[in-house]
Design a protein around this ligand. Structure first.
Ligand code: RP5
Length: 167
């Protein structure tokens, strides 16, 4: 039974949404992934978003580009957290998607990550689930420790070539 639903408006969103899927997978979180367009398949979209809660989905991650109404409409129909990912676009550089998703009118929230922020969307979902899952919380701490170690390693390389004067 998936805990997180990843939904995107088009297969052109897949490279970004794949990062969310890979991150959830690495943290051991069950998820499903769907391509459902709110404007091209309105009936299917309504049915998916309305049934998600009773199917056991706890969080929806929704990615969309241009007039990006998919995350907002998910939040209108699904009563639990929705995380929106604005897609980069060639015409307006993703500002169109970002403003469409982040500027939800009061009452229906969408937690919006950066343009193309697939990884952070998954990490935010994981942090929400970790409120009531101590084991997941430990895995998230390990994830952060690995990031810290990676930066240290890069800084150490600068020291090796004599560019670091301060420890
Ligand atoms: C949105 O329109 C999708 O989320 C996608 O980012 C954008 C363009 O879709 P395609 O024309 O590539 O299918 O529905």
């Amino acid at each position: 039974m998936p805990t997180v639903g990843i939904v995107m408006g088009s297969d052109s969103d897949m490279p970004v949404m794949k990062k969310a899927a890979e991150t959830l997978e690495s943290l051991g979180i069950d998820f499903e992934m769907r391509i459902i367009s709110a404007h091209r398949e309105p009936e299917l979209f309504f049915s998916y978003a309305r049934k998600a809660e009773e199917r056991g989905i706890k969080i929806l991650i929704a990615g969309a580009g241009m007039a990006a109404h998919l995350p907002g409409m998910c939040a209108a129909l699904f009563p639990l957290p929705v995380i929106g990912i604005p897609m980069h676009t060639t015409s307006l550089g993703g500002r169109d998607s970002l403003y469409s998703i982040v500027q939800m009118p009061s009452g229906i929230p969408v937690a919006t990550v950066a343009i193309n922020g697939g990884t952070n969307a998954a990490l935010l979902a994981a942090r929400m689930l970790a409120i009531s899952d101590a084991a997941l919380r430990e895995r998230l701490k390990e994830y952060s420790s690995k990031l810290e170690a990676q930066v240290k390693e890069k800084d150490d390389r600068l020291a090796q070539v004599g560019y670091r004067d301060y420890e």
